[in-house]
Write a protein that binds this ligand. Structure first.
Ligand SMILES: *Cc1c(COP(=O)(O)O)cnc(C)c1O
Length: 241
């Protein structure tokens, strides 16, 4: 079964990266990014012990969360958010990594059902000034974090970054180290942050080297995806954004 083999390979890569960095192996959590893959693929990964899954498209995610509710998995929304589409996120997901403005955070907090624990939140930071423009500017992260941490329906956990891919390890490491420095600065102000969400299939070694606590891995677990979904979600899913 490819998913099982792939998960073993990822665990080995994370362990090796931790060893190279002199870090404890249990200091890096694996988020399996299952966007565009069917519930059966998630169930296969879950059967191998994987508990945390990431989705980019809200409706697709909610469908899988509903179909797999009996498995008791933890679901992370990692895709771009529009303020008129926050309710299903607040009602169904456990985490959101892509909060980049206060209005979105306020809506998520208001819409979080009181029967559920607070929604875990990371603030997305545009760490390299990348052209996607998603994420708050690094210099604005502290003000946003200080506002988000007061919202009763949310639990602020950390920051998330998606740097532009580069084949150069040293350059990638440098960008990830900037994110780690920002994370440490925010923590130094007293914010109770424990999650630095950075690193994907191609750059998890550099991210772990820099201090990532959570890597988001999709294609290296589930295989290649047909479309470059961050830029152009399939038409059937655009209404879910
Ligand atoms: C798709 C996606 C990932 C996973 O990317 P891979 O290169 O397939 O590992 C991680 N984070 C975010 C925000 C994504 O959209």
């Amino acid at each position: 079964m490819a998913i099982e083999t792939n998960l073993e390979l990822i665990h080995t890569r994370i362990a090796q990266a931790c060893q190279n960095a002199g870090r404890a192996q249990n200091g890096v959590q694996l988020l399996a990014v299952s966007k565009t893959f069917p519930p059966e693929a998630v169930a296969q990964a879950a059967a191998c012990g994987q508990r945390d899954f990431g989705e980019n498209y809200i409706q697709e995610g909610v469908d899988k969360i509903t179909a797999l509710a009996h498995l008791g998995l933890t679901w992370h929304c990692i895709g771009p958010l529009q303020s008129n589409k926050t309710r299903p996120v607040a009602e169904h997901f456990d985490w959101v990594h892509s909060v980049d403005r206060l209005k979105i955070a306020q809506r998520l907090s208001e819409q979080r059902p009181s029967t559920l624990p607070p929604l875990n939140v990371c603030i997305q930071v545009n760490i390299d000034g990348g052209p996607t423009k998603a994420g708050v500017a690094p210099e604005d992260a502290l003000a946003l974090a200080q506002a988000v941490v007061t919202l009763p329906g949310l639990r602020l956990r950390g920051i998330m970054t998606i740097p532009e891919p580069t084949p150069d390890f040293a350059a990638t490491l440098k960008v990830h180290q900037r994110a780690k420095a920002l994370f440490d600065q925010l923590r130094a102000t007293g914010l109770p942050l424990d999650t630095l969400s950075m690193g994907m299939s191609a750059d998890l070694e550099a991210a772990v080297q820099a201090g990532s606590t959570l890597v988001r891995v999709g294609s290296a677990i589930f295989g290649g995806r047909a479309v470059r979904e961050a830029a152009t979600p399939p038409a059937s899913q655009q209404t879910g954004l």
